[in-house]
Write a protein that binds this ligand. Sequence first.
Ligand code: KG4
Ligand code: ZN
Length: 345
Amino acid sequence: MTGMKVLGIESSCDETGVAVYDTALNGPAALRAHAVYSQIALHAQYGGVVPELASRDHVRKTLPLIRQTLEEAGIGVDQIDAVAYTAGPGLVGALLVGAGVARSLAWALEVPAIGVHHMEGHLLAPLMDADPPQPPFVALLVSGGHTQLVAVERIGQYRLLGETLDDAAGEAFDKTAKLMGLPYPGGPQLAALAEAGTPGTYRFARPMTDRPGLDFSFSGLKTQVLLAWRDSDQSAQTRADIARGFEDAVVDTLVIKCARALDAAGCDTLIVAGGVGANKRLREKLQAMAQQRGGRVCFPPPALCTDNGAMIAFAGALRLQAGQHNADEAIAVTPRWDMGTLPAV
Ligand code: KG4
Ligand code: ZN
């Protein structure tokens, strides 16, 4: 098959994402359409994601989003050549909604279906660029559930260099925001607040950077912020100053470890993905680090850093083009799934 229009469906957590990726086109144009429905408002009152409510909302939103996306792409459902969906890791009920719709659609259309690893989707998202980087490179995956440094020798072959021992970077943002009274998910709001903060007013540790190694630990930072916030005047300016101090600590830590990971892997190309990859200061500081080394750093556009269907359609397309797809018709998901076990493309 020369060109393939792949429908991608993401439903692993609190976002329903749908996209059409057309392999006959290149760069951003290949993304014919994509739409994301976020459940943030639904979960905000509970201070975090309620899995059962997430599943039920995916049930409500998946089919309307598919209709909307196909309309935007200007194609009929009968023109879909394959269906890619997130098979894991994630919330089992939420995953099953996307898998059920995707597999049923593929079965009815008699086209292949492929279950995609959510973190591989994130990792490959920067490659939708007009001038995509070629492996080998190092990937920094920073989302609400993961913080990983991965060496990529070739697409599909992922060697874990380091990861968080406790909270993920996004989780640290969210928890820190919460303890200063910001609504869930506080990451982006904390980052916005930090803009108004004075750098250096609060200085927090850069955890685990004083010893060798590529692992992270972010849970102690939260306690440092809690103590600083509790002992402060809790004014709006103080909150912004603390937000700035926290953001600088996380960003510096990530930048230091990324430089180390590039050294360890012996390459100078870094790709960044996952929700925290949308963070402006992280993008700036990684850019400066890469420039200093004479290397390159690649990010997806901010909208493709957080959960979306485009990354699933794209990752699925790469595997389908390599002849990989799920042979049986079972609606199966893998809520816990080690990316290191994936086959090469
Ligand atoms: O990748 P993602 O959408 O979902 C997961 O797979 O986890 O990442 C969501 C995470 C949340 O923790 C959110 O607070 C964080 O990414 N995030 C940010 C920013 N935008 C999203 N953290 C810091 N700065 C941002 N601009
Ligand atoms: Zn994600």
